[in-house]
Design a binder for this molecule. Structure first.
Ligand SMILES: Nc1nc2c(ncn2[C@@H]2O[C@H](COP(=O)(O)OP(=O)(O)OP(=O)(O)O)[C@@H](O)[C@H]2O)c(=O)[nH]1
Ligand SMILES: [Mg+2]
Length: 161
């Protein structure tokens, strides 16, 4: 499931993954399900808009998910704290316990984008599992990657993770 604040770039990334190119998209009102093949793995990805109602409705599927991709607009500093509230709720949700959580700092093609370190610190993500010399095995898979959906950069490493 792709989650994140409105305008983080969820639908753009999904479109790029599915069609190989970006497109001009409007804010998502109705959640959509897309099947996408990445490196011979078939993903069924739900793209949620940021509407409170659809987010609540879709929480009932949390226990059926294999993982979450949480997108953050890495240039929108004013909303990092808002993202952190949502992310903390996901991290604490029992239905998602142990499930991989990939955090993508999207839009890092923009001049205002923060560094990975800044994003990690703003989101309180100091302990992650995928990039150390020794992978942490006693935690749920959790890692941060910076990316640009538009330039088609950075997310692939994250999807492999
Ligand atoms: N510069 C830049 N802009 C991006 C990138 N990804 C998305 N955008 C732009 O950000 C805006 C929002 O993108 P969407 O994909 O609609 O965002 P969303 O997360 O699906 O938003 P909601 O459907 O409202 O929840 C659009 O104008 C995109 O073109 C990126 O990597 N770089
Ligand atoms: Mg959308």
């Amino acid at each position: 499931m792709f989650l994140g604040l409105d305008s983080a770039g969820k639908s753009t990334l999904l479109h790029v993954l599915k069609h190989g190119r970006s497109a001009t998209l409007t804010p998502t009102i109705h959640p959509t399900l897309e099947e996408v093949n990445i490196a011979n793995v078939n993903f069924r990805i739900i793209d949620l808009g940021d509407q409170h109602s659809s987010r609540l409705a879709f929480q009932q599927y949390f226990s059926d998910l294999d993982g979450i991709v949480f997108l953050v607009d890495s240039q929108d500093r004013d909303r990092f704290s808002e993202s952190k509230v949502d992310l903390d709720a996901l991290l604490a949700d029992q239905r998602l316990e142990g499930k991989p959580l990939l955090i993508l700092g999207n839009k890092n093609d923009t001049s205002g984008a923060v560094s990975e370190e800044e994003l990690r610190s703003a989101l309180g993500l100091t302990q992650t599992t995928g990039k150390g010399d020794v992978p942490l095995t006693d935690m749920r898979p959790l890692e941060v990657f910076m990316c640009s959906a538009i330039l088609k950069q950075g997310y692939e490493e994250g999807m492999h993770f």
